[in-house]
Design a protein around this ligand. Structure first.
Ligand SMILES: C[S@@+](CC[C@H](N)C(=O)[O-])C[C@H]1O[C@@H](n2cnc3c(N)ncnc32)[C@H](O)[C@@H]1O
Length: 246
């Protein structure tokens, strides 16, 4: 019988932190937010972690006393459960199930973060403006929107990529393809108990500039790393800092 392919982050949710939550990444995130506060005076008292995943980012912010109140929203029930469980001892955190373009919060945010190329999971590039508008709605005037995305350059490199990961007592294989015509990067992850598909679309700096102009954001900076390295033609990732215009 043919096995049904599941939505992303159903099976991966069980071992996400073991694969991605290493000390180097934790440290990089903390340093990045500290530098953002220095360089752009971003406020982080009340934040939303959009596509919060397992709550990994929020946990680092809490441990370093960088936030007072935080919200997390994610589309995957497995990731939401994992975040709720990890952050259950904090009474200033609220995690809910929701999508980039459909969530509501009880107050306005100082900053919204969306890390780990999560926005690339939108269905089409036209959806980018819906995400920006939704984020704008929940931000205070002059609030910040911080995220990173992967461009087509990386998607093309990932075509044909195969890997095997063993982490947290789980073993899975990843097989990635990129179709330049449809502009879809598809990764099939095969676990002992099933498969899931991750579909992402590339997002370029021009898409971000254009969408920021059409919505009420100004692009303050775009870099290729969390160390604020200059963006190049062959950058693998784009880190963006946007501010909501008054
Ligand atoms: C690569 S993970 C990043 C998680 C987290 N931000 C981090 O940096 O560890 C991508 C996350 O995006 C979430 N996601 C995908 N599509 C989404 C959508 N339409 N709305 C909200 N979250 C979504 C997934 O469930 C997953 O948790």
């Amino acid at each position: 019988m043919k096995q049904e392919i599941q939505k992303p982050y159903q099976l991966l949710a069980n071992c996400y932190d073991s694969v991605y939550g290493n000390d180097k990444y934790k440290d990089a995130i903390i340093q990045y937010v500290r530098k953002l506060r220095e360089k752009y005076s971003i406020k982080t008292d009340i934040i939303l972690d959009l596509a919060c995943g397992s709550g990994f980012f929020l946990e680092q912010m809490l441990l370093c006393d960088l936030i007072k109140k935080a919200y997390g929203v994610d589309l995957s029930p497995g990731m939401v459960e994992s975040a709720k469980s990890k952050l259950r001892h904090y009474n200033n955190i609220q995690i809910t199930l929701g999508s980039f373009i459909d969530f509501s919060l009880p107050q306005k945010m100082d900053s919204v973060f969306c890390m780990g190329d999560s926005i690339n999971y939108i269905d089409s590039i036209e959806q980018l403006s819906l995400v920006f508008k939704q984020v704008s709605k929940c931000l205070k005037n002059e609030g910040f929107f911080i995220f990173d995305v992967i461009p087509e350059y990386l998607c093309r490199l990932s075509d044909g990529y195969e890997s095997e990961v063993k982490a947290g007592g789980v073993c899975y294989k990843t097989s990635s393809r990129y179709n330049p015509e449809t502009k879809v990067k598809s990764s099939i992850m095969t676990f002992a108990d099933g498969k899931e598909e991750h579909r992402q679309i590339p997002i370029e700096i021009q898409d971000i500039e254009q969408t920021a102009k059409e919505t009420d954001f100004e692009l303050l900076g775009a870099f290729s790393s969390m160390n604020f390295r200059e963006l190049e033609q062959d950058s693998l990732r784009i880190y963006c800092i946007l501010r909501k215009i008054k």
